[in-house]
Design a protein around this ligand. Structure first.
Ligand code: NAP
Ligand code: F7E
Length: 348
């Protein structure tokens, strides 16, 4: 049975990937950051107490900013596969915290690669690494974007992901490390963070539908994204590490929609007209925008046998249904006298 280590296990992708690997018989170790509030909500449903003899998911405090913690965890866990998903992953936040974003996304990847390089050298064991690259690396390069398309990032996040990508390729070439770089286009789910645009929209639709909210404030409605389902995309990550040789792969659906079109689909799924509720607020406009991303995943289809299974309309419906239920629960709590958390406090 294989052992995997996941950085970013508490994130959207980390939670789906952990589930997939557990279902495939792996023992899974996840690195979690210390937080003053609980941040394990996404993995709580399938986490088992470590005293349970059936437990196969184990958590370790560590941080991509802290190379010593990475090295210690590596020595203790002795993984066959590492999935480097940890990141400050919000593009707008990366304009506000560019140094931190670079430290975690770019230098954090370097710290991990250096740890693995030394670990392999002194143990003689080989480790396969998945590096979470992003379509944001293509930035202003026009679609369709594929593996050979030019990187032209438009944000500190995109720049840091390009650096991390090149570190991965460099360690593959220089030290023969098995590093596979996924170049994943946007992927969403009911577990998506609530400040990314799709989830911001589906949460608002649910709340407007049950009368908890009136309007939704967004930025650029014209930006186009190639949105897929996160559950499909973690399968592509796993397939990359089962391949004979490491490579770089675009993972995408090949179809793009605008933010406005996402709104139209989401509101109409709830029987609402989006134009009655969506307002533009310039605070959500980015200093530099990526206008149009649409990926060509031919290589992943041909070499990994990967293809997406959830279409745009079904993804939107899945998110709206989930968030309508959540809003109904919030309304019940409010009716019982509990304070429902306002959604205006987050500036992204
Ligand atoms: P996410 O939901 O934002 O999760 C990010 C994870 O990284 C969280 O577990 C977070 O911990 C952790 N993290 C943050 N700072 C860290 C640090 N200093 N050290 C270690 N871990 C840290 O992101 P996601 O959507 O799952 O994406 C997973 C990866 O794929 C990221 O690298 C992202 O940049 C990349 N990516 C995502 C997409 C997409 O559309 N989702 C597309 C392309 C690439 P907390 O939970 O404690 O915050
Ligand atoms: O924005 C526009 C915004 O923040 C999508 C991350 O997972 O995918 C994600 O990055 C678009 C942009 O995702 C709002 O300007 C309009 O054009 O949901 P997003 P992103 O920036 O594409 C890539 C592949 C990653 O790698 C990243 O980690 O929607 N938009 N109004 C808005 N976006 C947000 N967040 N909030 C708005 O109010």
């Amino acid at each position: 049975m294989k052992t995997a280590l996941i950085t970013g296990v508490t994130g959207q992708d980390g939670s789906y990937l952990a589930e997939l690997l557990l279902a495939n018989g792996y023992t899974v170790h996840g690195i979690i950051s210390r937080s003053s509030s609980f941040n394990t909500e996404r993995i709580d449903p399938f986490y088992r107490d470590p005293h349970d003899p059936e437990a196969r998911l184990f958590l370790h405090y560590g941080d991509l900013a802290d190379g010593t913690s990475l090295r210690r965890i590596l020595e203790n866990v002795r993984p066959d596969e590492i999935y480097n998903l940890g990141a400050q992953s919000h593009v707008m936040v990366s304009f506000q915290q560019p140094e931190y974003t670079a430290d975690i996304v770019a230098t954090g990847t370097l710290r991990l690669l250096e740890s693995v390089r030394d670990y392999q050298a002194h143990t003689g064991r080989s480790v396969r690494i998945y590096q979470a690259g992003s379509s944001e690396m293509f930035g202003s390069t026009p679609p369709p974007q594929r593996e050979i398309s030019r990187f032209a990032p438009r944000s500190p996040y995109g720049v840091a992901k390009v650096a991390a990508f090149h570190y991965g390729v460099n360690y593959r070439e220089a030290y023969d490390l098995f590093v596979a770089c996924g170049i994943l286009f946007n992927h969403e789910s009911p577990r998506r963070g609530e400040t990314f645009v799709t989830r911001k929209i589906s949460r608002a639709v649910g709340r407007i539908r049950v009368g908890l909210q009136e309007n939704l404030y967004l930025g650029n409605l014209g930006a186009k994204r190639d949105w897929g389902y996160a559950g499909d995309y973690v399968e592509a990550m796993w397939r990359m590490l089962q391949a004979e040789a490491p490579g770089d792969y675009v993972v995408a659906t090949g179809v793009a929609y605008s933010v406005g079109e996402f709104c139209e689909e989401a509101f109409s799924a709830a029987g609402l007209n989006w134009r009655n509720h969506v307002r533009v607020d310039p605070r959500y406009l980015r200093p530099a925008e990526v206008q149009h991303l649409c990926g060509d995943a031919t290589k992943a289809r041909n070499e990994l046998g990967w293809r997406p299974t959830v279409a745009f309309v079904d993804l939107v419906r899945m998110m709206v249904e989930h968030d309508t239920e959540l809003a109904q629960q919030e309304r019940t709590l409010q009716a019982a006298g509990h304070k429902v958390k306002p959604h205006t406090a987050v500036p992204a």
